[in-house]
Each structure stands twice: as C-alpha cells, then as structure tokens.
Design a protein around this ligand. Structure first.
Ligand code: GDP
Length: 471
C-alpha cells in the first residue's frame, strides 16, 4: 500500500496509528482503511473490484412469448392515513373467499389472493406507499397496479398526492377508489374534481382513469372495484411462464421460534415446488414446507402466488430477490458468492445521480431526465420553483418534477428519490432527522436553498457541467 501511495512504510504506519488503526509493515489493509488513508494523504484512489456478475437478472434466460400464460395481477393499496386502506383490504379479503376455500384459517403472509368470476387477484396487504417504494428502491418490482383510496368526506390530502406520485414514478396504472360514500358528508364528485389537478380524470369527463365509489365499511362497490382491477389487468396482459424454475421477491421474513427462518415470498415467474433449492438475497435454502394465505399446505405455487416458506438457513430481507437453482450445490455457491459481493457492491453502489456528476451522466447518455423532488415552506414558493425549473433549457436533458409539496423533507421523499434516481431540493425547509440518515445511507443528493434564483442557477450549471466542485 505504501508504494502505491508513493510514501514510505513508516509514514503510512504513523498515519494509520494516528487514525486509530494498528498496523504492521506486512499487513494487508481492508478497503475502508485504504480509502481513509488515501483521503488523508490527499491521494485519489480508484476502487476497482472484480464484482462477479451474479445478479439474478443476468442468470435469467429469456422466455419464448409462446410459453407465457396469463397470471393474476398484483395490486397495492395506497392513500392518505385513515382514508380506509386497511378496512378495504380486510373487506376485500373477507367478502371474496371462494366456496372451496371457506373454513381455511386466514394467514397473514404479506399478501393474499381473492377470486372473482373465476379469476384471481393478488393483493399486497401492507398498505401505504412507503413500504412499496422502499421495495422499489431495492430494485424489487412486485406491483402491477395501485388502488388510490380517497375518503369522500375528506378529499385529496397530502399523502394522497404522495401516493399518486409514488405510483406514477413507478409507471403503474392507477384506479381510484372513492371510499366512505356511506358517510353523510361524502362528496365523491369533489374528489373527482380535486384529482383532475393530478391528471387523474374520470372517463365521463374525457379522461381515462377508472373511479369506483365504495364503502369499505358497508361493503359497497367492492365487486365493481374487483371487476375494474380485472379489466385493467386484461388490457395490460400480465403474463409469465409457469413452466420453469421459480423466481420472485421476498415480501417479509422473520425468525420463527419453532420453525426457524420463514420467508413470505411472491412467486413472479415459474413455479415453486417443495424441495426446490433456492437463494433469497444472500441466504440459501431448500423449500421444506409451503403454506398459502388460507393456511393450506401447497406442493407448488405458480406466478403471482404469495406463499410462506420454511427451510432457509438465515432470514433474508424484505425486497430481496428470490430464485430457484437446478440443485443445492449451485444454490449454495451462488448464495456464498452473493454474500461476499454484497459488501463490495455496497462500496460500488454510488450509482445515484448527484448534481456534481450530473454532467458526466448526461454526456455518457445515462440520463435524459433529471428527476427532482421539491419540498418548500409554502405551496406558493413550491409552485414558483416548479415553473422556473420547467423553463430551464439545456440540450439533451429535461428537468422532471416527480413530486413536490409543502413541508419538511421526509423519509418518504428520500425513499422515493432513491427509487427514482432523483435529487431533492429543499426550499426554506430542512430534512427531518430520519430523512437525513436515510439520505446518507442511500446516497441521495439533497440541496437546500433560500433563494429561487440560486436553485435555478445551480441546476442549470450542473446540467451544463459548469458546477464548481464542492469540498
Ligand atoms: P387507513 O389508515 O387508510 O388504513 O384507514 P383505516 O382502514 O384504518 O380506516 C380509518 C377509519 O375509517 C376506521 O375507523 C374505519 O372504520 C373507518 N372507515 C374505513 N372505511 C370506511 C367506510 O367506508 N365508511 C365509514 N363510515 N368509515 C370507514
């Protein structure tokens, strides 16, 4: 190491000791220490680690279109707090138990399936956009469409707008469920009116958004909502190949006292079978038992089926990819490799956009839109910023505002930024403590300003590659 830094060994060792690292002359240093040392000597190091390509995407062979079959849609419910997400999930679940499955014991396995007109729909049963976007930030795409719940007696609220923007950032179709229509103060038309501002325009007003009036509590409109979900699914033709080894995503996982590590997974491709050897995140396993959301033991589970499995050696993380391999040896070796490369790829994970490297990313064609989230002290200044940013013209790149609002920068903003490769601008506001921590972890660039002109200038210069480096 000393030679590489063009320093002599004693100098390096002295520096190391001053940094609190005890080292001898022949000792190998780990990457963190080397980076620390280099920084201290003012030397730039380029980290080149041979990360072996063991990402599941590259291990996956492509499907012949002829092998694809229709699969159930996977749906997430989002909306403002207290607008009825949980009630709606419960009502859908309890009203749609099919005859053959009545009597089963409801299991909470992170998702459930219902059947209507002999067609299935899978619901993820953790409501809210935070959980959804946190998974997306980890690269997990599990949802096909979102139901935005809006209480008809309350109307569009800040988290409604957040939910809409999170769904839009994921490019998902949206169905609006106008809830609580049983309430005396309910005004569904007002909700429709308010949502036009967010480009959710009902068909009868010339738009293409499906609105369904429901009462989750009185069980009104539920069947219609489910039919609309099937309609959207039909239009989008969600398909998968059931005849191959399974692949999917871990929805939740925990250590069970009796059964050891259990993982609740959504099978997305192929069919999962008892005895299959698999990798989930960095964990290895072999499917010992499989239970569905009705508490029934399954021998196999096809695309869009949520199942709880046992037979893991460790507890994987929510959002971890899951994949079956031809035999135990292969699965074991992939899991080992993944746990080694995991730390290395964390070191290399700084692929998120920052203003400082924006110009290079534009030049190399990596970015065409600069995704931006704006938070400001008052709605007026947010609107002013939005329209000024929209006017910036730099060849080859556009500013795209994926979310904006009044109030402090929240963790939810940061997670959205991480999932959408966006930067966050705070205008006369600061990040909340948790948001700041998450931003550091996720390497999300936050820019705080008090003058609109400065924001515009900074963004413009970054786009042109003229930003003064910040030290
Ligand atoms: P969440 O925070 O969005 O999950 O909302 P909840 O499902 O917990 O519902 C919040 C409150 O609204 C609860 O007291 C529910 O009983 C009530 N609620 C939910 N749906 C309806 C509805 O359709 N009609 C009426 N009157 N109340 C409802």
């Amino acid at each position: 190491t000393a030679k590489l830094l063009h320093k002599d060994a004693s100098e390096v060792i002295k520096k190391l000791i001053s940094l609190g690292v005890m080292a001898t002359i022949n000792q190998e240093l780990d990457m963190d220490t080397i980076l620390l040392l280099a920084g201290d000597f003012g030397v730039e190091v380029e980290v080149k680690i041979p990360v072996e390509d063991d990402r599941f995407e590259t291990l996956e062979e492509n499907d012949d279109p002829a092998d694809l079959e229709v699969r159930p849609p996977v749906v997430t419910i989002m909306g403002h707090v207290d607008h009825g997400k949980t009630t709606l999930l419960d009502t859908i679940r309890s009203t749609s138990v099919t005859a053959g499955e009545a009597g089963g014991i409801t299991q909470h396995i992170g998702a459930y399936q219902v059947e209507i007109n002999h067609k299935k729909i899978t619901f993820l049963d953790t409501p809210g956009h935070e959980a959804f976007t946190a998974m997306r930030a980890r690269g997990a795409q599990v949802t096909d469409m979102t139901i935005i719940v809006v209480a008809a007696d309350d109307g569009v609220m800040p988290q409604t707008v957040e939910a809409i923007n999170h769904a839009k950032a994921a490019g998902l179709p949206i169905i609006v469920a106008v809830n609580k229509i049983d309430k005396p103060g309910a005004n569904p038309d007002k909700v429709k009116q308010e949502l036009t501002e967010y480009e959710l325009v009902p068909e009868e007003w010339g738009g293409d958004t499906i609105f369904v009036n429901v009462s989750a509590k009185q069980k009104l409109g539920i069947e219609e909502l489910l039919e609309m979900i099937l309609l959207v699914a039909e239009v989008n033709e969600y398909k998968a190949n059931p005849n191959k080894r399974a692949r999917g995503t871990v929805i939740e996982a925990e250590l069970d006292k009796g059964r050891g590590p259990v993982a609740r997974v959504l099978v997305q491709h192929g069919t999962l079978k008892i005895g299959d050897a698999f990798v989930a995140g960095n964990c290895f396993g072999r499917v010992r038992a499989m239970v569905n959301d009705k508490g029934r033991r399954l021998k196999e589970a096809g695309p869009s089926t949520p199942v709880e499995i046992t037979g893991l050696t460790e507890v994987p993380g929510a959002g971890d990819p899951f994949m079956v391999f031809e035999d135990e040896r292969k699965a074991r070796s992939i899991a080992d490799k993944r746990s080694i490369t995991h730390r290395q790829s964390e070191l290399n994970s700084n692929t998120r956009v920052t203003l400082d490297d924006l110009f290079n990313a534009i030049k190399e064609g990596e970015i065409k839109d600069l995704n931006v989230i704006i938070k400001g002290d008052v709605q007026g200044s947010v609107e002013a910023l939005k329209s000024s940013l929209a006017k910036i013209e730099v060849e080859g790149v556009r500013v795209k505002i994926i979310h904006s609002g009044a109030g402090a920068i929240t963790e939810s903003d940061i997670i959205l930024a991480a999932a959408s490769n966006a930067i966050v601008i705070g205008f006369n506001v600061r990040p909340e403590a948790q948001a700041k921590l998450t931003a550091e972890q996720e390497k999300v660039d936050i820019r705080l300003h008090r003058v609109i002109y400065n924001v515009i200038e900074e963004i413009e210069q970054a786009m042109k590659g003229m930003l003064d480096p910040v030290f």
